[in-house]
Design a protein around this ligand. Structure first.
Ligand code: AMP
Ligand code: TRP
Length: 327
């Protein structure tokens, strides 16, 4: 069997450069080496309340973002999670294998539940079971994600191993692919927090759809550290975060970047970074506009058909192993 990749993003908020640098960029880079599945995970989005019209529109927008970012529908499978019902079916099975204590330990759950305060859905707790289902359905080898998903991947591996032990070899046990640079881009307004789609303050993130003026303004306002010289330095997280973004967008080495900024201050860093980001996003945003609605529908339908055929095969094996085969 070919080596497979699976990954996804939730169709909520606006995808930002952290999503791109931590995840999408690597999908694009890896898609030629692996058989790849990139999913818009709308069933994950509904673990917190969503406006139905907006969610449906966002699902298509996020698929469009995958394409504009360089995911090639001729080599990769792009689809929306709710088009493949096996995701929900396997998630139920995994809910019966995973332990409540394992789910309660997940830091993303604890953070989101705290923010939500009351009316926390059961779905929010079992979110990682659905994510494990996504991955295991496709007999995935590698899951390219940002740092924040590492714990969910470890749980996916544990659940796969437990199922294989209890019911017989059924799932491939996946590895996470987490990049060395870019796995956790921090918020521009607070370098102690990750850049997030859901943060109330939009100044902390550069959306992939921001216009040039907005990008310049947000970088200008970005928090910096004490000191003046522009160097990668773990004790100065704000400047190091900006430099990492610059490094990833320009493809320059840290040495080249430090010598470029030698004798220049933070203002120069911010303005060069803004221009590099604008340059990078211009062709991306043009491609977003160029992708027709029909073309998008065709891609998503083809993707769902392909995904469904593989998911159905895995699900057949799962049903058989567990004895849930109907009458
Ligand atoms: P999400 O927006 O939560 O659906 O995330 C989609 C992908 O982007 C996942 O692989 C995340 O790990 C990744 N990601 C989210 N935020 C960041 C960030 N601030 N830095 C790097 N990667 C991120
Ligand atoms: N939980 C991931 C996130 O918030 C999104 C996701 C859902 C995912 N299912 C997945 C990522 C499967 C990788 C593989 O970023």
């Amino acid at each position: 069997m070919p080596k497979r990749i699976f990954s996804g993003a939730q169709p909520t908020g606006n995808l930002h450069i952290g999503n791109y640098l931590g995840a999408l960029r690597n999908w694009v880079a890896l898609q030629h080496e692996y058989e790849s599945f990139f999913c818009v995970v709308d069933l994950h989005a509904i673990t917190v309340p969503q406006d139905p019209k907006e969610l449906a529109a966002k699902s298509r927008e996020v698929a469009r973002i995958y394409l504009a970012a360089g995911v090639d529908p001729n080599v990769s499978t792009i689809f929306v999670q709710s088009d493949v019902q096996e995701h929900a079916e396997l998630a139920w099975v995994i809910n019966c294998v995973v332990r409540i204590s394992e789910l309660e330990r997940m830091t993303q759950y604890k953070d989101k539940a705290k923010r939500q305060r009351e009316n926390v859905s059961v779905g929010l707790l079992t979110y990682p079971a659905l994510m494990a289902a996504d991955i295991l359905l496709y007999q995935t080898d590698l899951v390219p994600v940002g740092q924040d998903q590492k714990q969910h991947l470890e749980l996916t591996r544990d659940v796969a191993e437990r199922f294989n032990r209890d019911y017989g070899e059924t799932f491939r046990v996946p590895d996470a692919f987490i990049p060395k640079v870019g796995a956790k881009i921090m918020a521009l307004d607070d370098p102690s927090k990750k850049m997030s789609k859901s943060d109330e303050n939009a100044n902390g993130r550069i959306s992939l759809l921001d216009d040039a003026a907005t990008i310049r303004r947000k970088f200008k306002r970005a928090v910096t550290d004490s000191g003046t010289d522009v160097r990668f330095d773990a004790s100065r997280p704000a400047v190091t975060n900006l430099l990492s973004v610059f490094q990833l967008l320009t493809g320059k080495t840290p040495e080249e970047i430090e010598s470029h900024f030698a004798g220049k201050g933070y203002a120069q860093l911010k303005s060069d970074l803004a221009e590099a980001t604008i340059e990078f996003l211009r062709p991306f945003q043009e491609r977003m506009r160029d992708i027709g609605d029909e073309e998008l529908s065709r891609t998503l339908k083809g993707g769902a058909d392909k995904a469904r055929s593989i998911a159905a095969e895995t699900m057949r094996a799962v049903r058989e192993r567990m004895g849930i085969v109907g009458a």
